[in-house]
Each structure stands twice: as C-alpha cells, then as structure tokens.
Ligand binder design. Structure first.
Ligand SMILES: [Zn+2]
Length: 265
C-alpha cells in the first residue's frame, strides 16, 4: 500500500520516526508521500526525506490555512524550492472556507491558481485540500485540467456527484480514516458507487486516525484499517484494494511501481 498523504515531518513524530517507519513497513506500506505545509516546514520535510530517501517522497506547496499577509513572499520561497529540487507533486494546496478561519477567499484563490500554474509548468500533479469549498475548487481546477493538469482531492468527503465530476476531470479521490467514522455515511456511499476507480489511500497523519484508533495520533501503519474497511465495504480481498489503489497512486504521481521496492528494509 502507498500512503499518499502523511505529514511525518511534524513535531508529533520527532521522537519515534524510526518506529513509525518500521510499523508502516510491517503493515505493508511501501511508500509514503509527504505534502509540505508552508515555508516553516520545508527544512523538517527535507530532513525527514533524507532519512529514508527510498521510502519518502516529498511534495512542495503552500497550504491554504498557512497563507499570511506576506503571501507573495511565502510563494516566492515555495517557488524557489520547486525550481531547485525534485518533488512528486505540488501540495498541499487548496481552499479552506470553513468558518472563514483562513485568509479572504479571493487571496486563497490567487494563491491556489498561482500554484496550479506552477504544477502545469513543471508537469507535476497537485494534492488538493478543500474544506467547505469542493464545488469552487472543482470549478477552478477544471480550467487547468483542460490543459492537462492532474491531481487528487485529498481527504475527500463530498457527494457522489462531486466525486463523479472529479473523476471526469481525470483527477483522483483520496480516501483516509474519515471513511471509517460511523457517522460519516457519505464517503461509504460514494465508494460503494464508484468502486476503486480513481481512488488512492492516505492517512493525513498525524490527523484523522481511522477506527479503531480514532482520537489518537494517526500514523501510516493505520492505513491498513482504511484498506480493511474498504475491502469489507466492497466485499473484495484486501489485496485487491492494495493493488488497485497502489497502481492509481503510481500512475498519478509517477513514482516507481511497488514491485520495484521493498529491498531497502
Ligand atoms: Zn494534509
């Protein structure tokens, strides 16, 4: 399995990263993709990747909730890294309109569009964060999808119609611990209808731990609970969930196929 979204460079993992990695490998995780958050997390991100270069794959971007008044300066820093180093995606980027905690919508949209342009220029996919903003994000991204942009709506919790629109754009749907929360039936219904077509797995560690670990620090090993949940939901073997979602992730992020690795342990 590939954990396509985990923030293992955050302080939550500073004391036991090695064990977190060992547990992930034991749980069958073969790669972990690490989306950046903002200019302050770049150094820990790179440091973390350097510890397990065959296992961790970094993304570079500015998260919508990290946008500050000096966002132009923040974007300049992010762009410098994008130009200098190798990343598997531009992320995590997007729109967060939840209770207007973030910067004004117009600024969030400018920051998003700037980074979508960069992704197109670099031929990289994007990892999208959306909260209370799926329709607007789909609307904006549609224009870029026409020019060939690909990406994932990470931690998808939308409706079947929204999922269908995303798949029609050639984008992917990121499914994580939220699908295992008993009160969230939406995600279940969507997966029952669309199957694994265009679906990739993710933890969003340290956030959103799945049942039965809900409420604790999330980590990549817990991806197995998400895979198990989907396997029961669709009544298919867990190996099939692993294979299909891993192939989807390899296609989207142009990372080496799972069969090629595993010798690095
Ligand atoms: Zn995230």
């Amino acid at each position: 399995m590939i954990d396509t979204h985990a923030h293992l460079f955050l302080p939550e993992f500073a004391n036991d990263l090695d064990e977190v990695v060992q547990r992930a490998k034991q749980a069958g995780i073969t790669k972990i993709l690490l989306p950046n958050i903002d200019e302050t997390t770049v150094a820990p991100l790179h440091q973390t990747v350097s510890l397990y270069p065959e296992f961790f794959y970094p993304m570079m971007g500015l998260h919508p909730l990290s946008i500050k008044d000096n966002w132009r300066g923040q974007l300049t820093i992010i762009k410098t890294y994008l130009d200098e180093k190798q990343y598997v995606a531009v992320g995590e980027i997007g729109l967060d309109f939840y209770r207007d905690y973030g910067m004004p919508r117009s600024i969030q949209e400018q920051v998003l569009e700037t980074q979508l342009e960069w992704a197109l220029e670099k031929g990289l996919p994007v990892s999208l964060h959306t909260r209370n903003a799926i329709d607007r994000t789909i609307e904006i991204v549609s224009e870029y999808a026409k020019k060939g942009l690909k990406g994932v709506f990470h931690c998808f919790t939308g409706t079947y119609d929204q999922a269908q629109k995303i798949l029609d754009l050639g984008f992917y749907i990121g499914v994580g611990g939220v699908i295992t929360f008993s009160k969230v039936k939406l995600g279940e219904e969507v997966i029952k209808k669309i199957g694994l077509n265009g679906v990739i797995l993710e933890t969003d560690a340290p956030y959103l731990a799945p049942q039965p670990r809900r409420g604790r620090r999330n980590e990549s090993a817990y991806l197995k609970y998400v895979a198990e949940f989907i396997s029961k939901l669709l009544n298919i073997p867990i190996e099939k969930v692993d294979k299909t979602t891993s192939e989807n992730a390899v296609n989207l992020f142009a990372i080496p196929p799972t069969d090629d690795i595993g010798q690095d342990t």
